[in-house]
Design a protein around this ligand. Structure first.
Ligand SMILES: Cc1cc2nc3c(=O)[nH]c(=O)nc-3n(C[C@H](O)[C@H](O)[C@H](O)COP(=O)(O)OP(=O)(O)OC[C@H]3O[C@@H](n4cnc5c(N)ncnc54)[C@H](O)[C@@H]3O)c2cc1C
Length: 404
């Protein structure tokens, strides 16, 4: 017997192969990857997104050693990053890697334009999906406004609702406020990203300044924390101003703010499964693509999109394992999160040890979860054992560490 959802749907002429629920980074990335695959040109794709996506609501930065699909949109590309802390301050040459930054709006427009050239394949609907259910043969996406859409598979990137279990898992955020500023004289070195500048007070947390220099007089300067609670807006701004005044020697009349960026990205080992059913695949943050120990997600989203499209093209179905994550890296993330939750101020020294005692490519490959067992051991041997041993104990006991 048909469910009410199926009956309602059969009244409409809505029939798709794939429904993409949410058209932010993950939904649009998957759509773009689908559009690049000639073997899937005959598949009908519906994308449901409530927002127009006509604002520059974020910038995405990522590192990569290989060319990737959105490199052409980069508004900045660097081959050097700086790590700074009281004990270790160094400019690191990235060798084969490049650090790149895209503007959200350029990404949204690029994908929207690409989809618009294939109207037979892609349909975009402005709407909010209120319920996504599986049927015997597919899925039904019911929108808040009423219409329901039927498809063979759903790819869901709605932000996850996390019911916290603090006795079992760790919950931190990568949160930040950034100012894009223009200065009246040359201040920035446009060849070096200030990746993590931990020289300021840590307040028992991990707090650093991040600078993307777009030119000698233009940069995005962010005050970033890995911690449990967001701050009052004014507190981030005070720290940005401190950096501009005390580190860069700028007075308030020597710069102006041209744009702002605010964000809070989940950093958690709470399970965020990449599959919600046989026919519902999760994407993006919902599928744990924000790396728990760093908050970086963009390249992980691209990797998942490529993996899904390769399987769809080869077999007609999504892969049994939609992410290909390796368990040992989840374990490393949990350990790092545990240390950050217990003794956030140690993060600065841990990253200093990583960058001081390893080639930068090894550290980036490790954070990309592409290192071998031998390299993982080298990474583990390069950091102080104490905090890890304590957190290994916490993990084995199944109890997240807390600040004593
Ligand atoms: C300000 C900011 C900066 C970031 N910078 C970086 C960075 O530099 N590098 C990096 O790797 N990562 C970065 N991230 C993390 C990550 O890449 C982004 O959060 C990314 O946007 C996650 O993609 P997503 O598709 O999961 O979520 P989103 O891009 O937020 O997309 C989710 C979409 O779902 C839609 N939606 C919500 N509810 C519904 C509903 N009921 N029905 C249908 N659609 C719905 C939303 O409107 C939204 O468009 C940043 C995050 C933020 C917030």
């Amino acid at each position: 017997m048909n469910t009410p959802a199926e009956l309602a749907v059969s009244d409409h002429d809505h029939d798709y192969d794939y429904v993409l629920v949410g058209g932010g980074a993950a939904g649009l990335s998957l759509a773009y990857h689908l559009a690049q695959e000639p073997r899937l040109a005959g598949q009908r794709v519906l994308l449901i997104e409530p927002e127009a996506k006509d604002q520059n609501d974020r910038t995405w930065s990522y590192w990569a050693a290989e060319p990737s699909l959105f490199d052409h949109l980069a508004v900045g590309e660097w081959d050097k990053i700086a790590y700074r802390s009281p004990g270790f301050s160094h400019v690191l040459q990235l060798h084969a890697y490049r650090y790149r930054t895209l503007r959200g709006l350029d990404f949204y427009q690029c994908v929207q334009q690409a989809l618009a050239t294939r109207p037979a394949q892609f349909t975009l609907v402005r709407g909010t999906v209120a319920a996504l259910t599986e049927t015997a043969t597919g899925v039904v996406a019911r929108t808040a406004a009423g219409p329901a859409y039927r498809a063979r598979y759903a790819f869901d990137s709605r932000p996850p609702t996390i019911e916290r279990q603090p006795d079992k898992y760790r919950y931190l955020l990568q949160h930040f406020v950034g100012w894009e500023i223009e200065t009246d004289h040359d201040v920035f070195d446009p060849s070096v990203v200030e990746f993590m500048d931990f020289r300021g007070p840590q307040h028992h947390e991990a707090r650093f300044i991040y600078v993307l220099p777009f030119g000698p007089r233009r940069a995005l300067v962010e005050y970033t924390l890995f911690s449990a609670l967001v701050l009052e807006r004014a507190e981030y701004e005070t720290h940005i101003i401190d950096y501009l005044h005390n580190m860069l020697g700028l007075t308030s009349s020597q710069y102006r703010i041209t744009a702002e960026e605010i964000g809070a990205i989940p950093m958690t080992d709470h399970p965020l499964p990449a599959r919600a059913g046989a026919r519902i695949i999760n994407l993006g943050t919902r599928a744990g693509r924000a790396k728990p120990s760093t908050g970086y997600a963009f390249q992980r989203i691209q990797a998942q999109s490529a993996r899904l499209v390769a399987a769809l093209a080869a077999t007609g179905h999504p892969p049994a394992d939609p992410t290909g994550d390796r368990w040992q890296f989840h374990w490393f993330d949990t350990l790092l999160l545990d240390i950050m939750q217990r003794r956030g101020e140690l993060t600065r020294d841990l990253f200093a040890q990583l960058f001081r005692r390893n080639p930068v490519e090894r550290v980036l490959r490790f954070l990309d979860e592409k290192t071998s067992w031998a390299d993982n051991l080298r990474i583990m041997n390069s950091v102080s054992a104490g905090p890890f041993m304590r957190s290994i104990g916490q993990v084995l006991r199944g109890r997240p560490g807390r600040r004593a």
